[in-house]
Design a protein around this ligand. Sequence first.
Ligand SMILES: Cc1ncc(C[n+]2csc(CCOP(=O)(O)OP(=O)(O)O)c2C)c(N)n1
Length: 340
Amino acid sequence: MERPHAAAGVPAGRNLDLGRLRAHHRLMLRIRALEETALRGLAEKQVFGAIHPSIGQEAVAAGVVAQLLRDDILLSTHRGHGHTLAKGASAGAMLMELLGRAGGVCGGKGGSMHIADFGVGMLGANGVVAANIVIAAGAAHAIRLQGGARIVCCLFGDGAINRGPFLEGLNWAAAFRLPVLFVCEDNGFAATTRAAALTAGPGASARARALGVPAEEVDGNDVLAVEAAAAALIAAVRGGGGPRLLHARTYRLTGHTAADAAAYRPADEVAAARARDPIALAAAWLAEAGVPEAEIAADRAAAAAEMAAAYDAACAAPFPDAAAAFRDVQDIGSPAEMPF
Ligand SMILES: Cc1ncc(C[n+]2csc(CCOP(=O)(O)OP(=O)(O)O)c2C)c(N)n1
């Protein structure tokens, strides 16, 4: 099979596993379709609360999270739909959650920023920027105490590295050589502010290295590059090498939330980012490798159809009963039943 060439952005000489690229492309399409459906739900007043889309950032979820094992633990952010879907959560149950329905992953009581699905190792999205980093260190310490080869993967934004928990979490993980892959999903902005304007020094990787955490940087829109970098780091973490950090540079193609028109970004910057849309790049590489355009279009249509059907099902589904408001509250349960 001919390899895609540099014109489409794939460096010459890279091996290409067409099956894996196809799987990445399909997953990225599903993530995008899920979020476009969530935005539709907002517009139709079916979704309650804010939606933070990760449109444009899908290659990080696909390249990193999809290669975790089911028992591995995932910690996500306020922008975590893609991470959660890539970890294996049901799109139908996620959409039910966004629509506040009883069949949602959290019984319809969590919504977008509080999705957790212990069944697939997804310990939680988190609306508190950087809070997930210390939770990840704690989960990894629990794994250490229990033994076993599971790892923790914790994703956070470039704004999160300027909060205290970044130092605390990486320090703890490094001091105890805990099995955590930290992933800085750098979309260039912290809400509506350029992260560079708030960040001293060279950034996430340098800070990690200063704590003794080996770090790699990668083009976060190139799903194959993300996959390769993450694979090496995951192997090192799983092999007992202690924590690692991946700094993936990407771009958020939408506003911070659905309510943000993102007029603070120059049009040429957005146009350049659109030209490097990770899904379009993957589709171009598939086409160059000989996958017929009709098959690529069919994948696109299948993702849209899956999410449209899930949305219709969610719209038709019941809300939780009132008594459910008093369940799952301030009850930590038995430690023996904890998922990690
Ligand atoms: C502790 C805390 N401070 C402030 C906020 C408000 N806030 C929500 S998202 C966000 C930006 C975070 O930027 P980044 O970590 O880069 O993630 P991104 O939104 O770019 O994906 C801020 C400041 C918050 N949720 N939590």
